[in-house]
Ligand binder design. Structure first.
Ligand code: KIV
Ligand code: ZN
Length: 388
């Protein structure tokens, strides 16, 4: 049976560190709900010590999310860990995520600490978190530029102290797929108690290799991938969730793993994020860009007409891009309106559909074209507000 790879989504934490991607509390809650519908295993809701706003957002998300784990990030110091716990403790499945840098350059210049001091700090932090929960993740920041044998030591130490997930980030997007594969394999082969924890990866996209690196790590035995919707994140971003999941699914014979992602929610999730942060999906974005299933050349069009598989390796429906052809206007019926809502990522009950249907008709009388953005605004304004 295929092994499970856990999807850890950090759109609301690392993703929000993307310039221009700041979200307010309501927007974060809407996004968290969508991530849960998408089927991610862990939602990293924020960095509670960073600000009062972050604390409140993490706390609110912890209260509304039902089945996914909710993680809060903290540095390896007691005050951060206590604050993180305060924010996530009401979650059904809280996770404390502690990080500490392990590369020579970070230890020397950023932390001003020796390797032994860092090791002791990591152990102390995990033991401190353990009084609150058994669900503890430790991240060795800048792992990909760290000494491999030191990483073995750190990993063994934090597992011994109680960490159940050890994350090996490529913090600066520096590594290459074959190196990262070797590194994860080295840890799997040399960390004594490695089977007591899940090895996780977290890749940045500075050299455009975040997705490829994450996939190489999965080949080497990593069983948690950290990623964001549309790959938003610090600097050039993180590994894009939709690319990772569709690669694992499309090339199952290579990876032989499965995720809990409902792929037909991928497009609605990307659209939702794009609409919230006001950043359009680039037309050539893999999987979800407007051009991802468009065929321009005559040869390609001819092939696709004869058999779509000639030039399409997945179907639009498999990522939830079902009804691009539905144009909403004054002649649309309630069925079309309901389907448009589904395409936009909203599952409405009959009463909500009728409220939306009426709002659409009213607008269509005044306006020639009713765009997706109009329908989404009406869902938020007329359907949800009216119920509150
Ligand atoms: O990039 C990174 O190393 C991080 C850690 C905090 C996991 O975001
Ligand atoms: Zn990061």
């Amino acid at each position: 049976m295929a092994e499970r790879v856990y999807v850890f989504d950090t759109t609301l934490r690392d993703g929000e560190q993307s310039p221009g991607a700041t979200m307010n509390l309501d927007e974060k809650i809407r996004m968290a709900r969508q991530l849960e519908t998408l089927g991610v295993d862990i939602i990293e809701a924020g960095f509670p010590i960073a600000s009062q706003g972050d604390f409140e957002a993490v706390q609110a998300i912890a209260k509304v999310v039902e089945s996914a784990q909710v993680a809060g990030l903290c540095r390896s110091v007691s005050g951060d860990i206590d604050r993180c716990w305060e924010a996530i403790k009401e979650a059904n499945h809280p996770r404390i995520h502690i990080f500490l840098a392990t590369s020579e350059i970070h230890m020397q210049y950023k932390l001003g600490k020796t390797a032994d001091e860092v090791l002791a700090m990591a152990e102390k932090a995990v033991k401190h978190a353990k009084q609150y929960t058994d669900n503890i993740e430790f991240s060795a920041e800048d792992a990909s530029r760290s000494d491999w044998d030191f990483l073995v030591k750190v990993t063994e130490t934090v597992i011994e102290a109680g960490a159940t997930v050890v994350n090996i980030p490529d913090t600066v997007g520096y590594t290459q797929p074959f190196e990262y594969y070797e590194m994860i394999k080295y840890l799997k082969d040399n960390v004594k108690n490695v089977d007591k924890a899940i090895i996780s990866v977290h890749c940045h996209n500075d050299l455009g290799a975040a997705v490829a690196n994450s996939l190489a790590a999965v080949r080497a035995g990593a069983r948690q991938v950290e990623c964001t919707i549309l790959g938003i994140g610090e600097r050039a971003g993180n590994a894009a969730l939709e690319d990772l999941v569709m690669t694992l699914n499309t090339r199952k014979e290579l990876y032989d793993v499965e995720t809990g992602i409902k792929t037909e929610q991928l497009f609605p999730s990307c659209r939702r994020l794009s609409q919230i942060i006001g950043m359009p999906i680039p037309p050539n974005k893999a999987i979800v860009g407007a051009n991802a299933f468009a065929h321009e050349s005559g040869v390609h069009q001819d092939g696709v007409i004869k058999n779509r598989l000639t030039y399409e390796i997945m179907t639009p429906a498999s990522i939830g891009r079902t009804s691009n052809d539905i144009v909403i206007g004054k002649h649309s019926g309630s069925h079309a309106v309901k389907n448009k809502a589904i395409e936009l990522g909203y599952s409405l009950d009959d009463e909500q559909v009728m409220i939306l249907f009426k709002a659409v008709k009213d607008l269509a009388d005044k306006k020639e074209h009713v765009f997706d953005e109009d329908v989404e605004a009406m869902i938020l304004e007329s359907v949800y507000r009216r119920r509150d």
